[in-house]
Ligand binder design. Structure first.
Ligand code: S3P
Length: 452
């Protein structure tokens, strides 16, 4: 079966209201970051890669379609079970049509790395949200390696035409911001380099690309750099061997039922198989500091990642100060943390959030506006977000409409808020939820949540 992409109807409003406690068990979908990389490394490996637990969200399916356009054969064998017949490094086909990544920043940036390191030309585009996102951060190192940007929209934005180089120069590149997407694009381009590619990041970002490359047989080393950074070294032109991939549950998706259960009184749920990669568990650490009752049970290793089941009970949360150094380990979780903070007693300050301005939406503004619509005060002070928690006594009024700006995480965050706010909460558009957590509504309804 070919990769199929289901595009949800735009503009579907949705709302939640408080009901009874959330109860039961759920397994969140497969990790989005790992799922993108599974398709990409499948393409770059000669032979058959089998993937289990793949996230079948629109973002990942767009990446799958792009991998097919570059020469991979991709088939769905069952729910979350996919097989990729790759053609290997150095032999990719030139795509005939524009590669459309929809809403997916990870997909487009990683695939720019793949194309940038091959002697092919490709056009990259996406939806209105993706067209606003900065791509220069990825194009700059690729140009240093020898790729050429043939055309781009103002400020280095999509649509972009990129001419890759068949002989990428081995470079040592220091990323200016902590971004796994930039790091991964450079490493993926470096795969076809005759030499050694080095990426130095000021703060460690998620390491799924490095880990998966090693799993496929590449020589890749990662060592500490200064206080919080890493230095990653990849030997070019490795012989990659097909390897099985088991995708663990996405902590960024688990974050929604997790916080929902903490704020809806009387809730008691178990979240199964959540990935516990240390570079992804900043939210868990922060919630524990806020006094959340979360018990880690059955910690184990699954497919090379540590995973655990989380027993979560409704909790009285208190405001905390979240240090800027923690941002890379919870970069996608600030919208839902802001929701938890709204129900906490006292103020929560989240520091160093400049990267939130260039996500699927300007998340700093989208979160502050959504909180205001729910009757919760917050302020943006430089790159910090400060939420004035309402605590149990006052509660969160709710009753407003959060504007989601084509951003799935804003949509899910405010639907979770509505489950515990006095007058519920609405969002203007639920369509984008399908990019990362297509089963969100059914999964939460299964725990007892009410949507209308
Ligand atoms: C991702 C990296 C992060 C994150 C995104 C997924 C990845 O972006 O926000 O959702 O899979 O590499 P940055 O690398 O730009 O911080």
């Amino acid at each position: 079966m070919a990769v199929s992409i289901s595009i949800s109807p735009p503009g579907a409003a949705l709302s939640t209201a408080p009901g009874g406690p959330l109860k039961g068990r759920l397994r969140p979908p497969g990790d989005k970051s790992i799922s993108h990389r599974a398709f990409i490394l499948g393409l770059l490996t000669v032979g058959r890669t089998e993937i289990r637990g793949l996230l079948e969200g629109e973002d990942v399916l767009h990446t799958g379609a792009a991998c097919r356009a570059l020469g991979a054969r991709i088939e769905r064998l069952g729910e979350g079970f996919w097989q990729v017949d790759g053609i290997g490094i150095g032999t990719l086909l030139e795509p005939r049509e524009t590669l459309d990544f929809g809403n997916a920043g990870t997909g487009v940036r990683l695939m720019m790395g793949v194309v940038g390191g091959h002697g092919i030309t490709a056009a990259f585009d996406g939806d209105a949200s993706l067209r606003k996102r900065p791509m220069r951060r990825v194009l700059d190192p690729l140009v240093l390696m020898g790729a050429q940007v043939l055309s781009q929209d103002e400020g280095g934005r999509c649509p972009i035409r990129l001419k890759g180089t068949p002989e990428p120069l081995p470079i040592e590149y220091r990323t200016k911001v902590a971004s796994a997407q930039i790091k991964s694009a450079v490493l993926l381009a470096g795969l076809n380099s005759p030499g050694r590619t080095v990426v130095i990041e000021p703060q460690a970002s998620r390491d799924h690309t490095e880990k998966m490359l090693a799993h496929f047989g590449a020589t890749v080393a990662s060592e500490p750099f200064e206080a919080h950074g890493r230095r990653i070294t990849l030997e070019g032109r490795p012989a990659l061997h097909p390897a099985e991939i088991k995708v663990p549950a996405d902590p960024s998706s688990a974050a929604f039922p997790l916080v929902a259960a903490l704020i809806v009184p009387g809730s008691d749920i178990v979240i199964e198989g959540m990935m516990m990669n240390p570079l992804r568990v900043g939210l868990l650490q922060t919630l524990l500091e806020m006094g959340a009752q979360i018990e880690l049970i059955n910690q184990r290793d699954e497919g090379g990642e540590s995973v655990a089941d989380l027993h979560v009970r409704a909790s009285d949360l208190r405001g905390v100060d979240v240090p800027a150094e923690r941002a890379p380990a919870m970069i996608d979780e600030y919208p839902i943390l802001a929701v938890a903070a709204a129900f906490a007693t006292g103020e929560t300050r989240m520091r160093g959030l400049s990267e939130l301005r260039v996500k699927e939406s300007d998340r700093l503004v989208a979160v502050a506006d959504g909180l205001a619509a729910a009757g919760v005060e917050s302020i943006i002070e430089g790159d910090d977000l400060i939420v004035a928690g309402r605590g149990h006594d006052r509660g969160v009024p709710g009753g407003g409409v959060a504007v989601t700006h084509l951003d799935h995480r804003i949509a899910m965050s405010f639907l979770c808020l509505g489950l515990a706010a006095k007058r519920g909460m609405a969002i203007d558009d639920a369509a984008m939820i399908a990019t990362s957590f297509p089963t969100f509504q059914a999964a939460l309804a299964g725990l007892g949540a009410h949507f209308s």
